[in-house]
Design a protein around this ligand. Structure first.
Ligand SMILES: NC(=O)c1ccc[n+]([C@@H]2O[C@H](COP(=O)([O-])OP(=O)(O)OC[C@H]3O[C@@H](n4cnc5c(N)ncnc54)[C@H](O)[C@@H]3O)[C@@H](O)[C@H]2O)c1
Length: 310
């Protein structure tokens, strides 16, 4: 449902890992969904991935869920389109041009692209390219709430607002990214951490397992409660953020300027792969993934109990 409680018609184009997660999120929130993916057996695969009420709705309520036989049919009466095709610029450009041509002129078209800018993926679109936005989810996308909304530079406030509202209506936590940058924002933040983690492993300072312990039993635990900046404020006591920046800012700057750029050559890749293999040796990867998802559900449930935390 939208914030006004309205059930909207969503077209989900490309139903691989991310598309399937969107289908279940939109259905669970009460919207109607038409999906399309040209891969053989895509419909069967998608239906087998839906669970609980959404699977039942998809199976027995053609008014709520339909798998279309082509792209134009899927988007022809959509209020909102979520595109999740392969991460290749030429493919995205073609798909978004086709979607823009076939979708109603007022429909918003969002792409899940992990890295391309809206102005790049909408380059071939002849019809209202300014309604094409990036709506980038985060894996596992059926659980993690954050979605980055990156509008094209000439998108209107109305387009941006409607995209943000759409994601809120399905329980997501959208953030607005006000500039087109490679990797948007969330992956840039991760890249900053990965860069230093890879460098520390490369230089033999710590093992891969130690990096993972350091984060998942250290800052990572806190980051699920509050973000790194609000946490920094709390660590300043009465003086808050101002005190932290005055007091710890100078050494922090030394650390920041000491960070090294890494190049992912074969030798470094081998070290990282061997490190992860050693860390996870003997563990069942299916159970690992299932327990990660189960714990994420628990954390999300816990978060609803602490109303002072944003
Ligand atoms: N996997 C992730 O962690 C992740 C996270 C966030 C965003 N994304 C982004 O989501 C998008 C999809 O990634 P994914 O991991 O689901 O990939 P995927 O390979 O699982 O799915 C891609 C799907 O697109 C379909 N497809 C191919 N050509 C198509 C066409 N012309 N029209 C419609 N569908 C077509 C394929 O059959 C496939 O099912 C990418 O842009 C990716 O960058 C991925």
């Amino acid at each position: 449902m939208s914030e006004t409680g309205e059930s909207l018609h969503i077209a989900v184009i490309g139903t691989g890992v991310i598309g399937a997660a969107w289908v279940s999120g939109f259905l669970a929130a009460g919207h109607t969904v038409t999906a399309f993916d040209p891969a053989p057996e895509a419909e069967e695969r998608l239906r087998s991935q839906l669970t609980g009420d959404t699977a039942a709705d998809a199976a027995s309520r053609p008014d709520r869920f339909r798998f279309a036989s082509d792209l134009a049919d899927a988007v022809s009466d959509a209020d909102f389109v979520q595109e999740n095709g392969p991460e290749r610029l030429d493919v995205k450009q073609m798909m978004l041009a086709d979607i823009a041509e076939a979708a109603p002129p007022e429909a918003i078209i969002a792409s899940s692209t992990s890295g391309y800018a809206p102005s790049a993926i909408s380059e071939q679109a002849r019809t209202a390219p300014e309604r094409i936005v990036v709506g980038h989810p985060f894996n596992p996308a059926h659980l993690v709430p954050v979605v980055e909304v990156v509008p094209s530079p000439d998108a209107s406030f109305e387009v941006v607002d409607r995209a943000l509202e759409m994601y809120r209506s399905i329980g997501k936590k959208p953030i607005l990214v006000r500039a087109e940058l490679p990797g948007h924002v969330v992956n840039r933040l991760q890249a900053a951490l990965w860069q230093e983690a890879y460098s520390l492993v490369d230089r033999g300072v710590v093992s891969v397992a130690d990096i993972d312990t350091a984060i998942s039993y250290g800052p990572g635990l806190r980051w699920a409660t509050l973000g790194p900046l609000a946490l920094q404020h709390l660590s300043g006591g009465e003086g808050g953020m101002r005190h932290v920046l005055d007091h710890l800012g100078p050494p922090q700057e030394v650390w920041m300027h000491d960070l090294e750029q890494v190049h992912l050559d074969d030798q470094l890749k081998d070290k990282l792969v061997a490190g992860v293999d050693a860390e996870l040796f003997g563990r069942d990867e299916k159970r690992l993934t299932a327990q990660r998802d189960s714990m994420l559900r628990d954390i999300l449930e816990l978060k609803t109990r602490y109303e002072e935390l944003p």
